[in-house]
Design a protein. Structure first.
Length: 327
């Protein structure tokens, strides 16, 4: 009887070890023999795409595992996000998430996924500074001059942005509300059209991320009269913030992050988070991102999850107050 009990105990112990080993294997990061696909919801060559490629290359070198960038533009990021939401939760598919995902949650009547429930955040990648700009020869040389004129002449100032529902468009709407001015927000089909309208004097001011306009600012054809972040931009250290210039507490930045499908094992997420933060700390990555107008900034998965929830709430309220129809 004792012998039988010992055999049973040994069998149970062996079975327990086998199950534990299988469980641990399921929790391990993806095999280095398989490439990781990073789905980017923008076309090649833009600042978000170049940010993704810069970080992915460094992560790939460290991990010894290929990371292939897959550009899937369309429907404000919905096409790319849906592809990742429906992918296997094995760590072999990542999404370049952005504040556009937070905007879409409030802008679209219905999405084929839940922006919070169907993704697991990995890490922040960085912030894109935004600025209020005028033509170099415009009558407004400072933010205070723009605000004073707009308040003295309600409804006459025009502020250009890019596409309806973009972060730039919503930032301009929030800017109006935060500064108490009555101005017209005019969306243009892309940055080149916005820059042309600014330089041609067709609009009084514009709101745009720095990457497409830094060359125009340094070339003295455009003037940055304020940046929209919580602090002055590393790229424009002499330009005051909107908060410094008449709207205390105002803060808007664009951002990018990495996310994976929900139910991805925690060990996989932890490994990707570690690799992403290590890549962002590399001097050559920081410098390349600075050249793109991006401030490298990693995070924990929870910090990214908190930011996403806050941004969804914030932009949904801006969309509602601005009366922007849901798509």
């Amino acid at each position: 009887m004792l012998k039988t009990t010992r055999h049973s105990a040994l069998a149970l112990a062996a079975l327990s070890l086998l199950c534990a080993g299988a469980s641990a294997q399921q929790q391990q990061p993806p095999s280095s023999t398989k490439p990781i696909r990073l789905v980017v919801p923008f076309g090649p060559g833009g600042v978000a795409d170049l940010t993704a490629r810069t970080v992915a290359q460094k992560m790939s070198e460290s991990m010894g595992q290929s990371i292939i960038v897959d550009n899937k533009p369309g429907a404000g990021g919905v096409v790319a996000s849906d592809a990742v939401a429906k992918a296997a939760p094995d760590g072999l598919t990542m999404l370049l998430m952005s504040n556009g995902n937070a905007v879409s949650a409030g802008l679209f009547k219905r999405l084929p996924f839940d922006t919070v429930r169907d993704f697991a955040p990995v890490s922040m990648l960085g912030y894109f500074d935004m600025a209020v700009v005028t033509a170099a020869d415009a009558r407004f040389k400072t933010m205070q001059e723009l605000l004073a004129y707009a308040k003295a002449h309600p409804g006459t100032v025009n502020i250009g942005t890019i596409n309806v529902g973009s972060t730039q468009h919503l930032a301009a709407e929030l800017f109006k509300r935060s500064t108490g001015i009555d101005a017209q927000v005019i969306p243009f089909n892309g940055s080149p059209a916005l820059i042309t309208a600014l330089r041609g004097g067709q609009i009084d001011a514009g709101v745009e991320i720095l990457a497409p306009i830094l060359g125009q600012i340094s070339g003295k054809s455009l003037r940055a009269i304020a940046v929209m972040g919580a602090k002055r931009s590393f790229a424009l250290p002499d330009t005051p913030t909107v908060a410094e210039s008449g709207a205390p507490g105002f803060r808007v930045s664009s951002w990018n992050a990495l996310a994976v499908p929900a139910k991805t094992p925690p060990a996989v997420i932890a490994r990707l988070n570690k690799e992403a933060n290590a890549a962002l700390a590399a001097p050559e990555v920081k410098e390349r991102l600075r050249q793109l107008g991006v401030q490298a900034q990693g995070s924990t998965p929870q910090q990214q999850a908190d930011l996403l929830r806050d941004e969804i709430q914030r932009w949904s309220e801006v969309i509602r107050l601005a009366g922007i129809p849901k798509q």
